[in-house]
Ligand binder design. Sequence first.
Ligand code: ZN
Length: 308
Amino acid sequence: MRHEEFTPPISRTGPRRRPVLAAAALAGVCLTAGGCAGDNGQSPGAAPRSASPSPASSTPSPRQSPDPAGSPSTGPTSAKPRPEGPLADRTVVIDPGHNPGNRDHTREINSQVDMGTGRKECDTTGTATNSGYAEALFTLDVSRRLRTLLEDRGARVVLTHDGDRPFGPCVDERARIGNEERADAVVSVHADGSATGNRGFHVILPAAVNGDGADTAKIVAPSRELGVRIAGNFVRTTGSAPSNYIGGDTGLDTRDDLGGLNLSTVPKVFIECGNMRDPKDAALLTSADWRQKAALGMAEGISSYLKR
Ligand code: ZN
């Protein structure tokens, strides 16, 4: 089964939009596992940039002061602003996919919410490995590791949930949190549930969507930049190859059916870190050491994007 807001099992034996993705992704994603040392995810055509720009070189985007009272009542885990570090003045929202409690709240998560281009379930339970390690636990673990790495670099980090609520948030609220926090980047962390033999990670980018309550025109390009940098660094830190079943070996897919992307007004991507249903991928996903490498790849990709 496929996870998240994904509509149930659509057997996708071929990549979607392959020609576009392949061309774009070739610009920035290393295609071979373990062969990308030094790849920081930047496109070859990008202007050279300092690996460690001074904080002063960053141009903070204008934003209001964080206002916890303005956040959803059950809302995001508040962040600890840090004045130092290369990502000072930057806000990153991390969205741990699903919630371990969703399975006990079927009625609530099956309720329909507006996803900008229609209505969809509030949330889903997510998948699990064959041995029972839940995607919702995986996403929380990786998200917490990622938070630590980003905070160490000075970023202000907000999680959409931290195992501190009985279910959800719904996908529309997940998007809203990123918007209201005026995030400079948002990453929604997932792992896929596909057939045995389907392996590897992929990053999901927002398609251009313009519908009732959804307009992604302004985030398509920066989200792609964010996604390309995360994919390149993820290959480098984990040694994992891009998905062999989605994205035509680019590690990138573009979708218009995810409310969490459609409703975002800030740069946002999803990452499917691997396939929980494949035993070899599952061996990685259940390894704490590997999860740390996965979080590091995301942190490096996000950092690279934010320090452009
Ligand atoms: Zn998921």
